[in-house]
Every structure is written in structure tokens, then in C-alpha cells.
Design a protein around this ligand. Structure first.
Ligand code: BMA
Length: 369
């Protein structure tokens, strides 16, 4: 079937799904706004049809450029925006003007609104600092940070001021009519690894779950009801490992995982296995519990493999029902010239990326509108 015909069918399906008088799927937040429920149901509808392409920080900068109106490396290559755009909130907790990658929060707010108006979807991550040392989220020299921010911990009250600032940001996301813009919050991610202060070497499963539940409860009590919550560990080796720190069905809407590769054959081989294994866990669970599966982060830095998208990624992901695959950022910083996961215009893998995005089940922004 040609892509236009496929997309027409997709659109019809989505229109029918979205005009059902009562959305059939409910996000975990019983007080979720109407728009948040609609987004959740839209994700379910899209998930059953294709996989949206996501890119972190897509609108703010790209390889060798920073803040150019209406630009995106993805759009430079394929002529359309990614359907899903990821943002990073690290340093919102400090009341900073810009995030840890130098993107102004006022700009992020503007980009989220633009995305909403374009019919795209927003997801955010949060690399919040280590509250005890003031260092980054990667500071893992202590294994008491999580317990210290929980109720009765020495940093609990201060941590609530951080959550409060996070909540203020979510409540500042409004559309033209004054409605809250619904977004997906992928928090405390990659926690099955030991590289963030909330990682598996830094806290017990019970502490991790309490951190998650405390955060969701705090935001709800603050009146934040425009969030869909995504749980996204690093790849796991067993189902037991995936669920060991899972805070429960009442606290998670979306299940995902983060997984990267390089072009070294043995690493690629492991990537194929990890992707298959983790995809089978999340899609099976999502199916039986009315939740949604995604790939939270993936990619091959610098994409030296010119058939990565079509020969490696596509055959694996297209076997599964997932709503999106998000590629990590194309860094703008001059000291990170190799840190990019989507080919920029003229890159040797750009034709492969174009081929990938023209597959009928791979969806860009125009394909979902
Ligand atoms: C990492 C890298 C860092 C960045 C961080 C948060 O994977 O891209 O350069 O600061 O994510 O976006």
C-alpha cells in the first residue's frame, strides 16, 4: 500500500477513535484533564497503526546550529517535523532560566505550544541535580540521596520546593484557549542502571517506588492533571528486573526503556537481542494492562552505519505495537561534534533515515494529523 493511502486510513481511524463520545482508555490520573484523556486515547489509536518518530530537543537546536526559527535537523532531512518531541527539564528545580543543555525554559514552553498547535506530541525527561552535593544527576558518590528526599529525610522539605517548581512549569503549559497542554512525563529514567542518583545501586526498590509515588502524589495534590507518566528503565535482562522497581499500575501510564548501540558488531548484536527482549516485555504488559509501550530513548551516536535505521532498527521495532521511538539529541555544543543520533542534511546516513521515515508504519508529524 502506498504511504498516502496508508496515512489516509490512519487519519480516518484516529478521527473515529477521537470522536467517540467517551474515551475508552483512562490515564492513571482520575482527575486528568479532558485534553489529557484525549491524548492518551490518541496514543492508543496511533500505537495500533504505526510508530511515531521522536527526537529530543528537535526544535531548539541541531548539529551545528542553535535556535533558528522553524528549523529541525529531522525536517532538514525529510521535510517534516518529528511526531514526538522530547525536552529536558534538568535545572527547572533550581529555578534556573535555562536547562542543563542551555535551552531556555521560556523557549521550551513556546516550543511545546507550537508542537501542540501542529498536532504533535511532547514528552519531557528530568535530569534533576543531586540535592545533597549540588552536582549533576550523575553524581552517584552517595547512596542515600533517594532516602534523604523521602518523608522524614533530611532533604525532604527542600526536595518538595524542587517538585513545586517542576509542577509550576507543568501548570504554565497552556494553549490559546487557556487549556493545559497535555504532555508525557518520563521521570527517574534508566533507574535499572547505576549512573543516576535514583539508580539501582543508589537506592532499594522500595525507596525508588516511594520516590516515584511521592512525586506523582505531590504533583496531583498541587493540581497538575495534564501529565501522562512514563516508566523507562535501561534495558533489563529479565522481566523480574523490569518490574522489581515498578511503582504499580496505578502510577504508570506508559512503559518503555532506553537502549543505545554503537557500530561495533558485538554491541550491535547485543542491541538486537536487548531490543527484542525488552520490546516483548513492555508490549505484552502494555497490552494486558491497557497501557502504552514506547522506546524512551535510542540511537547510534554519529550513525556511522549507513543502514542503521532500515536494516537494524526497523526490522526489530516494526514487529511490535509501540507508540513511538525517540532518538536522542543532536548536540549543538562545539565540544560535542559527534553527539547526534539523527543524520543532519548531507550526512552519509540521511538517505537511510529518509527511507526509514517513508515506511508506511513510521509516522512523522504530518502523518498523524
Ligand atoms: C545526555 C547527554 C548530555 C545531556 C543529557 C541531558 O545523554 O546528551 O550531553 O546533557 O543527556 O540532556
Amino acid at each position: 500500500m502506498d504511504k498516502n493511502m496508508y496515512i489516509l486510513l490512519v487519519l480516518l481511524f484516529i478521527i473515529v477513535s477521537c470522536t467517540l463520545s467517551e474515551p475508552s482508555y483512562n490515564p492513571i490520573d482520575k482527575k486528568a484533564t479532558k485534553e489529557t484523556k484525549q491524548l492518551y486515547n490518541r496514543l492508543v489509536a496511533i500505537r495500533d497503526i504505526g510508530i511515531m518518530v521522536g527526537h529530543q530537543d528537535a526544535l531548539a537546536y541541531g548539529h551545528n546550529w542553535y535556535k533558528e526559527k522553524d528549523r529541525s535537523d529531522v525536517k532538514d532531512v525529510v521535510g517534516d517535523y518529528p511526531a514526538v518531541i522530547g525536552w529536558e527539564l534538568g535545572h527547572i528545580e533550581l529555578d534556573a532560566e535555562f536547562n542543563l543543555d542551555s535551552v531556555y525554559f521560556t523557549d521550551i514552553r513556546k516550543y511545546i505550544k507550537e508542537t501542540q498547535e501542529r498536532g504533535g506530541i511532547t514528552t519531557v525527561s528530568w535530569h534533576g541535580d543531586n540535592i545533597a552535593t549540588g552536582n549533576t544527576s550523575w553524581d552517584c558518590n552517595q547512596d542515600t540521596i533517594v532516602s534523604s528526599v523521602l518523608p522524614n529525610g533530611i532533604h525532604h522539605n527542600e526536595y518538595l520546593t524542587w517538585l513545586n517548581r517542576l509542577g509550576d512549569f507543568f501548570l504554565s503549559l497552556k494553549d490559546e484557549s487557556g487549556n493545559f497542554i497535555p504532555i508525557v512525563f518520563r521521570m527517574y529514567h534508566e533507574h535499572t542502571g547505576g549512573w543516576f542518583w535514583w539508580g539501582n545501586k543508589q537506592c532499594s526498590p522500595a525507596e525508588y517506588k516511594s520516590l516515584w509515588i511521592m512525586t506523582v502524589d505531590f504533583l496531583r495534590e498541587k493540581g497538575v492533571h495534564n501529565l501522562i507518566y512514563a516508566y523507562s528503565p535501561a534495558t533489563v535482562k529479565s522481566e523480574e528486573e523490569f518490574f522489581k522497581r515498578y511503582p504499580g499500575d496505578d502510577y504508570v501510564d506508559i512503559l518503555g526503556y532506553d537502549c543505545y548501540t554503537t557500530n561495533v558488531p558485538s554491541v550491535l548484536e547485543q542491541y538486537r537481542k536487548d531490543m527484542d527482549f525488552n520490546l516483548s516485555i513492555i508490549t505484552r504488559y502494555a497490552q494486558k494492562s491497557d497501557k502504552i509501550a514506547i522506546i524512551g530513548e535510542t540511537g547510534m551516536e554519529s550513525i556511522p552505519n549507513t543502514s542503521f535505521f532500515t536494516d537494524e532498527l526497523y526490522p526489530i521495532i516494526s514487529k511490535y505495537n509501540i507508540a513511538w521511538v525517540l532518538f536522542w539529541r543532536n548536540a549543538w555544543e562545539v565540544d560535542k561534534p559527534h553527539h547526534y543520533y539523527i543524520p543532519y542534511k548531507g550526512h552519509k546516513s540521511s538517505s537511510d533515515f529518509m527511507k526509514f521515515t517513508s515506511e508506511p508504519n513510521i509516522l512523522m508529524n504530518n502523518d498523524i494529523n
